[in-house]
Design a protein around this ligand. Structure first.
Ligand code: ZN
Length: 314
């Protein structure tokens, strides 16, 4: 039998653990087809994992998206065929699905007969990526993502880290790093600093969890190994453990939440769309009122909400 004193010893020496889910929005290539590239990480203490999953699943169930992945970019597109179906908004879900699929099948058959293979392939991909969302009209899909963003905003235990690069102002020669490397190093450094502050009071560790992507997996694993060995440019790594874990975003709700965060930041920076951003940005890691966790890498004179909140110290 364990003596009372040693049981007491064990219970007072437990440590805290944070999971940080990472995802990207936009393309890191220059120029690519987006003006910004964002890498975002949202961290929660492991004790909150279950309730976060339940929060997300509750909203998914309301919109009949129980088994669907939240892929914000695809969710919020305009599905033109929905506009062509008469009284689409007044139809029930099953009829909407039937009507949209009917339209899409006819369209694909037509494209298959045409000589434009590229358009056929592209359209087929678009239809496949959005097939789980076609029972919802655009305004309903928007409400769904807004509810998710609002929920994230209310998780006062969660912290957001992000590096948002305006590619026009990024000079790889000057920074000695690629866009992708810089964003990853920044996220790792900010997450580590966040953990160090808590660790000062209570032993705390953190782990990075990524959407699975073969190229990124290899690169970030190598980078992380080097950070463990020699630190990042900004900090030594003591509280983040292991190399990132790579998971299937289709099966893991929390990685989909990182997608919502990255998307919301990019939509704000590229289109000044504040609807989702204002919820998400509440969770930016802050120190003495300054949003240290989220940075917009751009020209010095930018007066966006991120720059204003990040530059208060200047
Ligand atoms: Zn800015």
């Amino acid at each position: 039998m364990t003596p009372i004193s040693s049981r007491f010893f064990i219970s007072t020496n437990h440590f805290q653990m944070y999971l940080c889910y990472i995802d990207e929005s936009g393309t890191p290539q220059i120029p690519g087809n987006t003006s910004h590239y964002i890498l975002a990480g949202i961290t929660i203490p492991i004790g909150k994992w279950k309730s976060c999953e339940q929060d997300i699943n509750r909203i998914k169930n309301t919109y009949k998206l129980t088994n669907a992945e939240i892929h914000t970019g695809w969710l919020l597109r305009n599905y033109t065929e929905q506009n062509k179906i008469r009284n689409f908004n007044s139809l029930d879900y099953n009829t909407r699905i039937y009507e949209v699929n009917k339209y899409r099948n006819v369209d694909l058959l037509k494209l298959q007969k045409s000589k434009n293979r590229w358009l056929y392939k592209q359209t087929k991909k678009n239809y496949s990526q959005t097939k789980n969302y076609i029972h919802l009209a655009h305004h309903e899909r928007m409400s769904f993502v807004e509810e998710i963003a609002k929920t994230i905003g209310n998780w006062n235990f969660a912290r957001l880290f992000a590096e948002c690069i305006d590619k026009i102002h990024f000079n790889p020669a000057k920074s000695n790093l690629s866009i992708d490397e810089q964003t990853f190093e920044q996220i790792v450094s900010r997450f580590e600093r966040f953990l160090k502050v808590i660790d000062h009071v209570h032993p705390t560790y953190g782990m990075l969890i990524h959407d699975n992507n073969e190229t990124v997996a290899k690169k970030h694993t190598e980078l992380m190994k080097n950070f463990h060995k020699s630190g990042t440019f900004w900090t030594s790594i003591e509280n983040i453990i292991e190399t990132p874990l790579f998971v299937n975003s289709q099966l893991t709700s929390m990685i989909q939440i990182a997608d919502v965060c990255a998307y919301s930041l990019r939509r704000y920076l590229e289109n000044r769309n504040e609807k989702l951003f204002d919820h998400i940005f509440k969770r930016a890691d802050r120190k003495d009122g300054i949003a240290v966790g989220v940075r917009h890498f751009t020209n010095f004179y930018c007066d966006c909400k991120i720059c204003k909140a990040h530059k208060l110290q200047a």
